[in-house]
Design a protein around this ligand. Structure first.
Ligand code: LIP
Length: 269
């Protein structure tokens, strides 16, 4: 298969994300049923999550049969091209179930080992079907919302920072995460809990949030959003400057990221 430029990969990812977003939205309007629960009773998957991922997977394999795939609902398949598509068909599934508009299709194309500690993200798209907002980025190509370039907020001090975060599907972890937020909330402007890591990372990239952090994210939750935030000028890391993993993910302009991580460390994040 001919090697594709990052722009070509992005163009295909955008087309697939928009098709998938339209399907997810149509299913939402028709009514959504829970298909099963996963890591806990709160961690649900709907029939639409599965159907949307199946559409994405078939469109990718039609267009690029030798690429690998790694999806939240249907698992992974190694390819032979060295590229892997990392997919969350509906990020913000609980919002989706409740009819809250904050959900998105997240698709990233990565090179190398399909694992966050090794991969290089080449192209990423986060599509919010209800808001009809398309966040995109390519490696070294900058980040966009629609056709407009986006940039992180700069020069924000911690006490004036609007900080996004999220909570685990495990009630024990949520109790710990709640305690950290209780200690943080008086030290920042305010906290936002949007319910979609992909949209939170795009919130940092577009200046709708000054910072975002969360423990417990899966690779498909942050694969595309992390590239978009980085290309908008954010540092997106795990603990102590490492790569973002399930252990911890933090995104903000570099100076604020250092200050926030330090404060979260003191709060026992
Ligand atoms: C969600 C994340 C969110 C987190 C939720 C959940 P899902 O992903 O995007 O940041 O707080 O607990 O993990 O399950 O909707 O794909």
């Amino acid at each position: 298969m001919a090697s594709a430029s990052n722009a070509d990969l992005l163009e295909l990812a955008v087309h697939i994300a928009q098709e998938a977003g339209a399907l997810a939205r149509a299913r939402r309007e028709a009514g959504v049923q829970v298909a099963a629960s996963k890591s806990s009773a709160e961690d649900i998957v709907t029939h639409a999550d599965r159907e949307t991922e199946a559409l994405i997977r078939s469109m990718i394999s039609d267009a690029r049969p030798s690429d690998g795939f790694s999806g939240e609902e249907s698992g992974a398949d190694a390819g032979s091209s060295g590229l892997t598509w990392v997919v969350d068909p509906i990020d913000g599934t609980v919002n989706y179930l409740y009819g809250i508009a904050e959900y998105a299709v997240s698709i990233a194309v990565v090179e190398g080992e399909p694992a966050p500690l090794q991969w290089t993200a080449l192209a990423g798209v986060v599509f919010s079907p209800v808001a009809d907002e398309l966040f995109t980025a390519t490696l070294g190509g900058g980040a966009r919302l629609g056709s407009s370039s986006i940039q992180v907020n700069r020069g924000v001090t911690l006490d004036k920072a609007l900080v996004g975060t999220g909570f685990s599907y495990s009630s024990e972890s949520r109790a710990r995460q709640g305690a950290v937020v209780a200690g943080l909330i008086s030290q920042v402007r305010d906290i936002r809990r949007r319910g979609s890591a992909a949209l939170d990372l795009c919130g940092v990239a577009s200046g709708r949030l000054d910072a975002y952090y969360e423990r417990g994210l899966q690779p498909w939750d942050h694969a595309a959003g992390a590239l978009i935030a980085r290309e908008a000028g954010a540092s997106v890391t795990g603990l102590n400057g490492s790569r973002p993993t399930a252990e911890f993910t933090l995104a903000a302009e570099p100076a604020l990221a250092v200050k926030l991580e330090q404060t979260l460390g003191e709060l026992g994040v």
